[in-house]
Design a protein around this ligand. Structure first.
Ligand code: ZN
Length: 292
């Protein structure tokens, strides 16, 4: 399969505020190479096979102001190496907000989390499918307790989709919106962001957001039309202060700015666009701007 050749813009659309991309992946080169092989076999062809320094300058040179950088460990004893990689990156590049990771269930998971803030990392990314855990499992609860204690927000891929025979688990039996609500009930101070609108359970997640002030969603990939569904319409009906824009760059089959252009062409008000493309992420990750 070939990546899509849809046209790409040279800059972010002219919004009234700078764009924060709350969902960008960075990995050491060999991990990226393995990930792209996986995507090629089981996901989609990756159009931008850019390594970390190039992918960041790609986005910054096109007008993205800040990126939230994510990674995840799929094997035990991998998280420390990835977190050190991220710590070095954020020390060099203040426009990157780096998150750490841990494999739920690995013996030193709480210690790893307790050290993240000292390394300059601002949250934790977890992926239920890749890391084979249920959101309400004991292993996950141990991690959430450490995150709550360290006041680190968590980005948790907890939507059921995509289902893949390449995962060690069945994501449809592992993940459910009810399980995520159990997490919110068990950890009354934990801030949680579920990417991709919670994917095929988007409607249920948008209802859950009404009930829980610490639950956020990101719109990553869902505004592109690539998976079908009218997520722009869904966004218009959703709680405006709880959904943040993210791209999933560089692991995309289509143009880097496809979703930004969809937002620019939509009926969303300037105020909604500001929330989506900057303010909600700023609130969730507690970001400050040095000037204004
Ligand atoms: Zn992602």
């Amino acid at each position: 399969m070939q990546p899509l050749e849809d046209e790409e813009g040279v800059r972010v659309p002219a919004f009234s505020r700078p764009v924060t991309d709350a969902h960008v992946h960075v990995f050491p080169d060999p991990v990226f190479a393995a990930l792209w092989r996986w995507f090629e076999a089981y996901g989609w062809p990756v159009r931008y096979r850019l390594r970390t320094p190039e992918l960041l300058s790609f986005l910054f040179s096109r007008g993205v102001e800040r990126v939230v950088a994510l990674h995840y460990a799929h094997k035990p004893s991998m998280a420390r190496m990835l977190n050190e990689y991220m710590a070095e990156l954020v020390a060099r590049e203040p426009r990157v907000i780096g998150l750490g990771t841990v494999l739920p269930g690995e013996p030193d998971a709480p210690e790893i989390i307790a050290g993240l803030r000292r390394s300059g990392l601002r949250g934790v990314k977890l992926h239920c499918h890749v890391q084979s855990f249920a959101p309400d499992s004991a292993a996950a609860f141990e991690v959430f307790a450490a995150c709550e204690l360290a006041q680190l927000p968590v980005v948790l891929h907890a939507g059921r989709a995509p289902r893949s025979p390449a995962y060690a688990i069945d994501s449809y039996s592992l993940c459910a919106v009810e399980r995520v609500e159990r997490v919110l009930r068990a950890f009354p101070k934990l801030k949680l962001c579920v990417p991709h609108f919670g994917a095929d359970e988007a409607a249920a997640y948008l209802t859950l957001v009404e009930r829980h002030d610490r639950l956020y969603l990101d719109s990553t990939m869902m505004l592109s039309g690539f998976f079908g569904g009218d997520y722009l319409e869904l966004l218009e009906r959703s709680r405006p202060d709880r959904v943040m824009y993210g791209s999933d760059f560089p692991n995309l089959p289509y143009a880097w700015d496809r979703e930004l252009r969809a937002v620019a062409a939509s009926d969303l008000s300037d105020e909604r666009i500001e929330l989506l493309t900057d303010k909600v992420a700023s609130e969730f990750f507690e970001l400050e701007r040095s000037q204004g």
